[in-house]
Design a protein around this ligand. Structure first.
Ligand code: NAD
Length: 232
């Protein structure tokens, strides 16, 4: 039984990390166009690097919650039949023990080269205007997919969505494409689709099952039930 999971900012909300929407176009008090677009970056690189430095160096104070741990446990049982796609740039899935994780919108604990998008490297400190790509020596930039840029791992994700039996999306407002369209692809290719979220749309034609509630409550329960179902 193959399972593909998509997570969004809602799964990290109870760990204390703020979600994205519903706050007047601001992300952590900064305008989205200033800190989450290539235009904003080229206008003021220091401001953008400082913004992600703040998020990166702040990560250790947030801890993975019961929802992150439940997904890591499920992965231990399912092995290669499990894939986790996350829109989150935090490291809470990794710290909960998840291994098969694709950060489709990038990852705070990595930087990449300004000149070559394939030059990606681990980084946990404060990026400055002098930080260089260790592979070619060009300038670095945050390894974050900004609005207008192409999300990562799309071929691998497309293949997984077309070949999964179950697709579950958790804590995402389903407004940021292409992630918002993954449920349609999975459903069209025969998967059962489940939504686990604080807010649900009971009339969504691409979703078979909606479970409303807080991630730390509904995700562990759903994972347990899923395991029982496949062990039968
Ligand atoms: P979003 O903020 O647009 O939507 C969050 C969703 O989670 C909402 O539908 C909300 O109802 C739900 N939610 C809130 N608290 C919840 C809880 N306790 N349990 C279950 N559901 C809950 O997030 P998105 O859809 O992921 O899109 C925003 C973009 O912003 C992403 O691409 C992501 O890269 C970025 N982002 C990432 C982080 C992070 O890494 N933790 C945080 C903020 C924004």
């Amino acid at each position: 039984m193959k399972l593909v999971v998509l997570t969004g900012a809602g799964i990290s909300a109870e760990s204390g990390l703020r979600t994205f929407r519903g706050n007047d176009g601001l992300w952590e008090n900064e305008p989205i166009e200033a800190v989450a677009t290539p235009e904003g970056y080229f206008k003021d690189k220091k401001r953008v690097k400082d913004f992600y430095n703040g998020l990166r160096t702040g990560l250790p104070k947030f801890k993975p919650n019961a929802a992150h741990f439940a997904l890591a446990k499920l992965e231990e049982e399912l092995g290669n039949d499990f894939l986790l796609i996350t829109q989150n740039v935090d490291d809470l899935h990794e710290r909960a023990g998840s291994k098969r994780v694709l950060h489709m919108h990038g990852y705070l604990n990595q930087l990449r080269c300004e000149k070559n998008e394939n030059h990606i490297f681990d980084f946990t400190g404060e990026e400055t205007l002098e930080t260089k790509c260790p592979i070619c020596g060009a300038m670095s930039r945050p390894h974050i997919v900004w609005f207008g840029e192409i999300p990562l791992f799309m071929d691998q994700i497309e293949y997984a969505l077309q070949n999964t039996d179950e697709f579950v999306y958790i804590g995402t407002s389903s407004v940021v494409y292409p992630a918002a369209g993954f449920k349609q692809v999975a459903k069209h290719c025969g998967a059962h689709v489940t939504c686990l979220n604080l807010e649900i749309n009971p009339n969504d034609p691409a979703t078979d099952t909606n479970i409303q509630g807080k991630a730390t409550e509904i995700v562990p329960r759903w994972c347990e039930e899923f395991l029982q179902k496949i062990k039968k």
